[in-house]
Design a protein. Structure first.
Length: 335
């Protein structure tokens, strides 16, 4: 299992410049500690997560790092021109000298995004899958012609070509069609903090039913904070997780009224809400060293993880840096 950092560019101090610089500091610190990956989110019209320009943020990280792999978690493909994204991905892979991974998602469940990016909610997934099909051709082929429902081109070649012969691709979805697409193309799967264990296991089973040649690469993100005692860790992490929980409950209620019900965020059975504060803490990697080790081992045993991307959840940069250091010194060798 590889250890990654989940980069959400939280603007909890109401200062976007500070939010960006603190996230960069965390990535550089994680690289120095030997973390293998850093994953950058995409959010729009959101004053809390100022990561609307994901690939641009990753280009900056490419310039201030040298070893850590950079991944998108995820590019909301339905909201972008796939030809431009193909050019940006290829350029970024050159900028980071082949350290790029690409995660994609359809976007949601936030109806204002669909509205202002002129993409109907019921078309987002189809546009995402058609876009990544075109992008994959543009990255590695010449004189590409494509005639899809949403996107068309005639004999075009994008330059530069990527450094990597095959950039690792991931799909963030619990939709059967998207999982089938990922399996048929040997793409990895992604799971966020609100993905339940049951949902993740179900996704992997569906993947393996189609592609049994190997284990599905799974990138899982989880809230993270480790301290000298369990109570200290929870006390530090809870205000951060509570803020996330409250914001997401409001957004999900709005989305539900508009008929945008994402499977990713729905329990499979009679479980708590995916955004319930207690549920998020229970399924996070928060606690003392022993508790966090046990939680990570459970993820490894039950999900056969490819990457665990940790989301430090203190409002204080120095405490997040110290928590990552403690992980490196007291936990990393065990995972």
């Amino acid at each position: 299992m590889k250890t990654g950092l989940f980069c959400n560019y939280e603007n909890y101090h109401g200062d976007a410049c500070r939010a960006i610089s603190e996230q960069v500091a965390l990535v550089k610190h994680a690289e120095n500690l030997g973390f293998e990956e850093a994953w950058v989110t995409e959010h729009h019209f959101n004053d809390f997560s100022v990561s609307s320009s994901t690939l641009m943020l990753m280009a900056h990280l490419a310039g201030v790092t040298s070893t850590i792999r950079l991944g998108s978690a995820a590019v909301l493909l339905a909201f972008h021109n796939p030809i431009t994204i193909a050019e940006d991905i290829a350029t970024l892979d050159n900028l980071c000298n082949g350290r790029l991974s690409v995660g994609i998602a359809k976007g949601g469940p936030f109806p204002e995004q669909n509205k202002h990016f002129a993409t109907a909610v019921n078309e987002s997934r189809a546009k995402m899958l058609e876009a990544i099909t075109l992008i994959h051709k543009l990255l590695y082929q010449h004189d590409v012609s494509f005639h899809g429902k949403y996107y068309q081109c005639e004999k075009i070649t994008v330059y530069p070509k990527p450094v990597q012969e095959n950039i690792p691709m991931y799909v963030a979805s619990s939709d059967n069609e998207a999982i089938k697409f990922a399996a048929l193309n040997s793409f990895g799967l992604m799971g966020g903090a609100a993905f339940t264990m049951d949902r993740l296991k179900s996704n992997i089973v569906k993947y393996h039913a189609i592609n049994s040649s190997g284990s599905a690469r799974l990138m899982l993100s989880r809230f993270f904070f480790v301290a000298s005692t369990y109570d200290k860790a929870v006390s530090e992490a809870k205000p951060f997780i509570r803020t996330f929980s409250q914001r997401m409950k409001v957004m999900s209620a709005t989305a539900h009224k508009c008929g945008n019900n994402s499977q990713n965020l729905s329990p499979l059975s009679n479980q708590k809400s995916n955004f319930d504060e207690d549920y998020l803490i229970e399924n996070s990697v928060v606690g003392d060293v022993a508790t966090c080790r046990d939680k990570i081992k459970r993820f490894q045993d039950e999900l056969n993880l490819g990457t665990l991307a940790l989301k430090p959840c203190s409002f204080n940069l120095q405490k997040n840096l110290e928590s990552l250091t403690r992980y490196n010194q007291e936990m990393q060798s065990y995972v």
